[in-house]
Structures are given as C-alpha cells and as structure tokens.
Write a protein that binds this ligand. Structure first.
Ligand code: PMP
Length: 408
C-alpha cells in the first residue's frame, strides 16, 4: 500500500487554509460533510462557464456536452461500486432521497402485512421513510436490531428476527455515531436465504471503503456525494436492475417519460424512469472528479491513514480526559470518535472547541433512537478524513484538555 503525502493532499483543499476565530481551522466534522478539492470546484466552475445546458434535451453542442459529462459520471459510479450496469445507477439529491425513493416505490410493492427489519443505529434517513410507508400501510411492522456494549449489532438477534412475515431489511454499512462497520455482506446473504430484499445505507462507508455491489449482493445501496469530497445536493441510488425494472416511478415529470398523453403515459427506460425533472447536472458532472480523487489517492491508503488518526485520538483522549466515555468501540470501526466528558453538555464543549478553531459535531447526529438506547442526549463527535494530520489530532486533544479544564 502506498504512503500518502498528506501535506500535498491538503494543498488540494482550499478550505483547509482558512482561519476560524483567528486560529487555523481544524476540520473534524467529516462525517457530516467533507471539504472539497480544487479539482471538484474547478469542474463545477467549468460546467457553469463552458457546458451549462439542460441535459438529454437538446441537439445543440452545449446540451450534448452537458449530457456526456453527466453520463460519464454515471459510468464512473457504476465502475466505482462495481455495479453490473450503469442502468442500475440513479442520481438523486442524496442518500436520504435514495432511501425515500426505495421506501416509496419498492415499498408500494411490499405485501400489506409484514415486517421490516431495521437497526437501532440507523440514521433518521433510514428510519423515517419506512415509518412514512408504515403510516400508509399499517399492516407493516418495524422490528429493530439492538447493539452490544461495544456498539456492534447483535447478529444473533438479527438472525432471530427473520420469519415468514419479514419483507424487507435495511441497515447501515457504517454507523455515523459509533463508527461500527457492520458485516453487511454476511447480513445480506442471511436475508437473501430468507428471500428478503436488502437496502444498505452506505452514506458513511462510501468515503472510506471499497464498494463492490456484485460481491456485496445487496438489492439497494445508497450514498451522498458531499461526504465523498464531491458537490452537495447529489447522491446515488444503486438498485439491482431486475428490481428497478419492476418498480413504479417515484416522481413524475420531464425526463422520466416515454410518451405522455391524457389517455395514458409510458415511462422512460432505466435509469431515467427514476430521474424526473432537471437533475443537478452540474454537481453530477463534478462528482466525477471526486471519484477520481478517491481512486487516485487510494481507498486502502485512505482507510489506513484514517484508522491511524482514530487510534491516536482514541488513546490520547483517554489520557487527557480520564473521565471520558467513548461510544462505539467495535472491533471493526471507521474513523468516528463519539464521546462525552464527565457530565459536560456536548453543546458547550463543541462551542468552546470552535473557539479554538476546532470543528466537531455535537448533538444526536440524527440518530435519536440510538441516543435513547445509550441513555444520553447526544455526544461530541470528531471524525477524520484523508486530509487530517497527526498534528491536528494533537491540537484536538489539547483543545479537549483545555475545554475540560475550563468547564470543570
Ligand atoms: N445515513 C447516514 C448513516 C448518514 O450519516 C447520513 C448523513 N449524516 C445520511 C444517511 C443522510 O445523508 P444525506 O443527508 O446526505 O442525505
């Protein structure tokens, strides 16, 4: 595996040069969104300057160029996640919209009575769309997989929840709070043994892990570009072609039709059947560069670097704050560090760290059921990306020590 030149990588990210409250920014909120490399910003700029025209509509040169650039990204995404075909790649607004699409469209094909398996560590994006489906289809019940003390899913319980009533399983690949990397391939295989389709929320896996849909075997996989060094406002739904073919459209409008008449409308082929209206073709085209950034940097090297930062941050935190409680100590863990110090409120802690130029996230992280399960209102969360350095981790640890002393 290659060793990364982090200083060189940092130079690609203009946001990392800025100051906050007169201090150099230390950006540790990468789980919420990552910063953007210059090449992605340049690609957005170039779309506005050179190629801005609506896609799939015009015969004129600009429209053809915009369409080509959008479709180039679709092919790139398909290669990036090893999908069977680019027809399986639907562009959405993000992971949230992708899950809503599945819960609404595929959900409408589920039987009236049945059980949907979720886990207690799901982000609200993978809970509420299923509850909305349930509100229309009260015969569908939600069953929830619990976690153990390390924040790993209780896989025995997961397996025990499957029965003849199970119609769907949806779970996250990586927890945005605990960092737990779930054994999604095994979980998918088990669901399939019971004939149950699987959706995987990959919002926190896609910036860090190799993804291979054909190997994973899941039915649906979702992620957002903005967490992968790409533009905000676009995301992906991967779906197995066989299922997408059978599913009804999610929204109606331009782009998604074959022919429209008042006596009846036919729908476009995949993937366009699910892409009503003008897509964010600027963001989609620029996402191509983010994927190239991830590939050329190398996912193995990214993961190893982030794991190293997590390791020194976790050890260091226990040293500088003996009264720390860390949430999520899975054997297989991504670079997310959620914690509380003594009885201090996470919000106060986060505000004071911000005063030192250190950006961390505080609160429930859109995972209120998990907070309830842990018996806490929220956590402080530091999360690492490829451009973070050991020096930044040390500055974060000093910051935590200083804030703990100030508060307590
Ligand atoms: N799932 C998980 C695990 C997440 O962390 C997030 C973002 N915090 C989402 C879904 C939703 O992503 P988006 O807001 O980009 O749609």
């Amino acid at each position: 595996m290659k060793t990364l030149d982090i200083e060189k990588i940092r130079k690609e990210f203009p946001a990392l040069n800025r100051e906050v409250h007169g201090k150099p920014l230390i950006y540790l909120d990468n789980t919420a969104t990552s910063q953007t490399p210059q090449r992605v910003i340049d690609a957005v700029r170039s779309m506005y300057i050179d190629h801005k025209a609506n896609v799939h509509r015009g015969v004129h040169t600009l429209s053809q160029e915009a369409t080509d650039l959008q479709e180039q990204t679709r092919r790139h995404v398909a290669r990036y996640i090893n999908a069977h075909s680019e027809r399986e790649i639907i562009f959405t607004r993000g992971a949230t919209e992708s899950i809503n699409l599945v819960a609404s469209s595929f959900g409408s094909m589920l039987p009236d009575e049945g059980e949907i398996i979720l886990t207690v560590m799901e982000h609200h994006a993978d809970i509420v769309p299923w509850q909305l489906l349930q509100s229309r289809r009260p015969g569908l019940k939600i069953r929830v997989v619990d976690i153990n003390d390390r924040g790993e899913l209780d896989l025995d319980q997961y397996r025990s929840l499957f029965n003849e009533k199970t119609v769907m399983a949806a779970f996250t690949h990586v927890s945005n709070v605990l960092g737990t990397i779930n054994p999604v391939k095994e979980m998918t295989a088990f669901a399939h043994e019971h004939g149950v389709p699987v959706l995987i929320d990959g919002a926190q896996a896609s910036p860090h892990l190799h993804l291979d849909m054909q190997d994973l075997g899941c039915d649906f996989y979702v992620f957002s570009s903005h967490k992968m060094y790409g533009p905000a406002g676009i995301g992906v739904l991967y779906g197995r072609e066989e299922l997408l073919e059978k599913m009804p459209p999610y929204q109606g409008g331009g782009e998604m039709i074959g022919h429209v008449s008042f006596s009846g409308t036919t729908f476009a082929e995949l993937p366009f059947k699910f892409e009503a209206g003008t897509p964010d073709f600027v963001g989609i085209a620029a996402f191509d560069e983010a994927l190239t950034f991830l590939e050329t940097t190398g996912l193995d090297a990214i993961e190893a670097h982030e794991e190293h930062l997590l390791d020194i941050a976790t050890k260091g935190l226990r040293e500088v704050a003996p009264n720390v409680r860390i949430f999520g100590e899975a054997h297989h863990k991504s670079a997310v560090l959620s914690f509380l110090i003594g009885e201090e409120h996470p919000y106060d802690f986060g505000m004071l760290l911000d005063g030192l130029g250190i950006a961390v996230r505080t609160g429930h992280h859109c995972a209120q059921p998990l907070m309830e399960r842990l018996g806490i209102p929220g956590t402080i969360r530091a999360s690492f990306a490829v451009y973070n350095t050991e020096d930044e981790v040390r500055a974060f640890l000093n910051g935590v020590a200083r804030v703990a002393a100030m508060l307590g």
